[in-house]
Design a protein around this ligand. Sequence first.
Ligand code: PSU
Ligand code: MN
Length: 295
Amino acid sequence: MNELVVVADEVRTALDEGSPVVALETTLVAHGFPAPEGVEVALESDAAVRATGAVPATIGVLDGRIRVGLDAAELARFTSDARKAGPRDLAACAVQGAVGATTVGGALAVAALVGIRFLGTGGIGGVHRGFPIPPDVSADIPALARTPALVVSSGAKSLLDVSATMELLETLGVPVLGFRTDTLPLFYSASGGPPVPQRVEDATEAGQVAAAHWRLGGAGVLLANPPPESLEAEALIEKALTQARREGVSGQAVTPFVLAFLHERSGGRTREVNRKLIVANARLAGEVAVAFAEL
Ligand code: PSU
Ligand code: MN
């Protein structure tokens, strides 16, 4: 295989046997939470995937290699000074020996390479609000459009233009499945989002739709899972975005800036909800991976 990519033994064995595997990204570890909470969230997600019977495969760049499957000591290296690694950044991170914390898009690019079909995260990136100049559309979206994998998230992060993100997903032919919901969850809150085109009632049905989509030549599928606990954060999000603009924060730095602002100004409440929904999404990704393997 590709010597740039190192797959942990446990993950390799599971893939060879056709056993369920769930990819997890590392941007939320490095940039989504203040240390050491990112690593704690990663370990909780890892455990949640294992509890379903699937094998977790956390993806990041370390020591010149794209690594698939990371242990606790390796996860601890994804500190806030890690590079944020989207699809465009993987190669340079590897060549330059930088620690690369993968986004959903970055992790999907690796998943496609090694044949992983499921990924859990908090909220995917999407179209940023107000169509800024230059426009800011997360690489998560085109990665979803081209990768045959199902991503479980609590919708798109609500700091985005969520309706525009839904429209773009439709344009790119990405099915959005509401998990026991008719509307797209808004990351921190379960309600108030745009309608989803399809609703599924359980992990098996989600696995069946994904399998059918792939048999029809389709690629990414988004399974939108409402957060286990809801929080109204819109007023704070607007403040955070204003502050980001005032400070000239742009590009890859916007999402971590806004999340950190919200975590601080909400007295840690957004952090708590964010943490719980990430773990819940990892668990659901495991359940769908297991159901898919049994189809
Ligand atoms: N979900 C979270 N916290 C995060 C992310 C997702 O709960 O920090 C990360 C993911 O890695 C996602 C990225 O790919 O945010 C999107 O960043 P951007 O909008 O810059 O593409
Ligand atoms: Mn961006």
